[in-house]
Write a protein that binds this ligand. Sequence first.
Ligand code: NAG
Ligand code: NAG
Ligand code: NAG
Ligand code: NAG
Ligand code: NAG
Length: 393
Amino acid sequence: MHLAVLFTAFSGAISAATHIYAASYAGTVTTLSSQSKNGSYSLSKVAQSNDCGISPSWLMLDSEHNLMLCLNEGIGAANGSLTSFRTNSNGSLATLDVLETLTGPVMSSVYTMPSNPQQRFVAVAHYEASAVTAYTWNSSTGHLARTQTFTYQMPAPGPVPDRQDASHPHGAIVDPTGRFVLVPDLGMDRIHIFKISPSNGRLQPQAPLLVKPGSGPRHAVFWTPSSKAVSIDDTVMYLVSELDNTLSAFKVRYTRNGLGFTNIFEENTYGGEAAPDGSKASGIQITPGNDHIVVSNRGDATFGKQIDSFAVFKCARFHGSDATNVSFVGLFPAYGSFPREFDINGNNGNVAVALQNSHEVALTEGNAQTGGPGKLLSKKTLDGEIPIAIWGP
Ligand SMILES: *[C@@H]1O[C@H](CO)[C@@H](O)[C@H](O)[C@H]1NC(C)=O
Ligand SMILES: *[C@@H]1O[C@H](CO)[C@@H](O)[C@H](O)[C@H]1NC(C)=O
Ligand SMILES: *[C@@H]1O[C@H](CO)[C@@H](O)[C@H](O)[C@H]1NC(C)=O
Ligand SMILES: *[C@@H]1O[C@H](CO)[C@@H](O)[C@H](O)[C@H]1NC(C)=O
Ligand SMILES: *[C@@H]1O[C@H](CO)[C@@H](O)[C@H](O)[C@H]1NC(C)=O
């Protein structure tokens, strides 16, 4: 199938990515600025907001409109919340709207509809509430309004009963055509699939993709041959599963009405060696060179006490003499404990890493060979556990 223009990921548009925004379970969103003096880097705090509630778990940008969405997981509380911010060029955040939600929001994605591309919609995965919710997000006012709620029930616990006691939606990802939202559910070992109504932007549930029992799918990214691709024939979905620490690759088929998947690769995030006790694979990103996949490994202490790892894989290639399967490249240091989310700066390759259990944000260079995390440039200690750090304006 050929499309004239592929959907542009909003968070990928990081033309002026000068600040790092870090969410902390201490109830803060902190803006950091990196300075380099004579080759030595430092991170300094330039602003902080307390408006994202008690447990900020996720940050998402709409760069085109200078908007940021922060999810408050509401750990131990009856409800979570969403806070909509305006990003200022000096790194401060102006609060535009706060909306109470079901508890446990952990990841969101923004999407549009072809008939009104300025209208933003948001899909949110709620781990604790076993739910997916959808919102309109007014791009001029930042106002949020809930439009849809989907909840899931399991007849019996899954193969890993302590984590699969119930449905636990963990990710929310938009496909490269902008027509589908996918939600990996760690509890149910499946990916919920929604078609986005082209006329009103509502989510329409499709048949789910069932994955390996006990694998615990968490997050996923889509790969296309290039960001300017005119063909979606070779689209691949790379999925990271937390409970069995695996990276899986699925070739994606676009049919008239839906999506089809063929599993083409699966290996654990240790290149086939046994995963250390307590490892929990977490975040996943494609490198700016579009040729490697990076997965963060939490709690493996591969590089010493409290120093976890990143697993790097080379992407599959489908054509010509360099056609290859996905392959494991190796493990690279995360410079701290529990690298949960990380973000690679598209301009300079530098990587911002949220070290949840170290209560730190790390800044690394891009690795020259892989484009993944490289040499450590600087670290900054913040209050509380840090689930996510992203580049922004
Ligand atoms: C800059 O770094 C170089 C090499 O580390 C060092 O020799 C030099 O003294 C430094 N200059 C200043 C002004 O700090
Ligand atoms: C940052 O910019 C905003 C918007 O222009 C302004 O209201 C705020 O006072 C500025 N903050 C600082 C610390 O300069
Ligand atoms: C807040 O939590 C309660 C209890 O789970 C739930 O019934 C209610 O719908 C939640 N509020 C919102 C706005 O989702
Ligand atoms: C956004 O809010 C403004 C101000 O209330 C309103 O005029 C506009 O119609 C809203 N946009 C959408 C798409 O709802
Ligand atoms: C790719 O690797 C997988 C193992 O994950 C294997 O099952 C599959 O046959 C390989 N595909 C090709 C084309 O070699």
